[in-house]
Write a protein that binds this ligand. Structure first.
Ligand code: A2P
Length: 313
């Protein structure tokens, strides 16, 4: 199994990282410190997760205990929607760096192709949004490029962008996006988006690679799928390892979230397994275009987005 993804300048990102979405501040400190202890070197963060201070404390402690150096780690974070606009990017990134107690990020991503008014965490009404006609994605991208040029982020990219949105920023970019982080797992394989990204030298990271088990509203459970369970049984793997291995063998990074030590280790140990061509063919057939993170939270009355337009506009 390949263990890293290579960027254009040959920097290598560990293909398996720790997700921190929905990790409560009081839980995430131990999760990050345990993860680093057992060998994780890639931590995926975001200002919007509300826990970057605790993640930062854990990273600082790991460095203090000589478990790792800063250079050993790959740290990603994301610009929240309320800081779109060229002039807002570096200040938002500086806050993230302060919270994480770092002087640079390895990768900084535009979290969503959605702009919200300053101070808005999640929108409740149409006036909480800023129309993209007022703050185009190309304008926000200029702020991302400034962050790169100032050395605050070694690489820049996006998250939740579709092909058209990528094309829009690529058309005027001085520095091309190098990563698109999107939901991906055997039920949502996004083959067309993947081809576009591969053709344009854009790497992919899969969020919710286990099918967003943390989502209590869903009854469709990826890890209870018979095909996944059968492959897991025949290869002495867990269903989670089968899901993660499949996505990584497609050349895509995965960032499973866990706050449990045994599951942290189990997920990392996926790197010791390889699925066969036969397994892969069976898993390929599971694609049903199913989004667990469906984007409905961007739909408000008379607002600029619908759950459909978010993905397809
Ligand atoms: P926990 O933190 O208690 O381990 P995703 O990354 O797809 O959003 O999934 C995260 C969810 O999956 C969390 O609820 C996490 O719970 C759970 N989880 C993480 N690793 C495993 C695993 N190996 N097996 C089963 N559930 C897991």
């Amino acid at each position: 199994m390949m263990t890293t993804l290579k960027f254009r300048n040959n920097d290598e990102m560990p293909i398996l990282g720790l997700g921190t979405f929905r990790s409560e501040p009081n839980e995430v400190y131990n999760a990050v410190l345990s993860a680093i202890k057992i060998g994780y070197r890639h931590i995926d963060c975001a200002a919007a997760y509300g826990n970057e201070k605790e993640v930062g404390n854990a990273i600082a402690e790991a460095i203090k205990q000589d478990l790792v150096t800063r250079e050993d780690l790959w740290v990603t974070s994301k610009l929240w929607n309320s800081s779109h606009g060229e002039e807002n990017v570096v200040p938002a990134l500086n806050q993230t760096l302060e919270d994480l107690q770092l002087d640079y990020l390895d990768l900084y991503l535009v979290h969503w192709p959605v702009a919200l008014k300053k101070g808005t965490e999640m929108p409740e009404k149409a006036s909480d949004f800023i129309p993209l006609s007022e703050v185009p994605l190309t304008n926000t991208w200029k702020g991302m490029e400034a962050a790169l040029e100032q050395g605050l982020a070694k690489h820049i990219g996006v998250s939740n962008f579709n092909e058209n949105q990528l094309k829009a920023i690529m058309a005027t970019a001085a520095h091309q996006p190098e990563m698109n982080q999107v939901e991906m797992h055997p039920f949502l394989q996004q083959e067309a988006l993947k081809s576009f990204c591969v053709q344009n030298d854009i790497l992919l990271t899969a969020y919710a690679p286990l099918g967003s088990l943390g989502d209590e509203n869903t009854t469709l459970r990826l890890l209870e799928n018979d095909t996944i369970i059968n492959i897991a049984d025949s290869r002495s793997m867990s269903p989670a390892q089968v899901a993660l291995a499949y996505t990584m063998q497609r050349g895509i990074a995965v960032i499973p979230k866990s706050i449990n030590e045994a599951r942290l280790l189990q997920n990392l140990e996926t790197l010791n397994h390889t699925l066969t061509e036969e397994d892969i063919a069976l898993l390929r057939d599971l694609d049903k275009g199913h989004r667990f993170i469906d984007g409905k939270f961007w739909e408000v009355e008379n607002g600029p987005y619908t759950a459909d337009s978010i993905w397809n506009a």
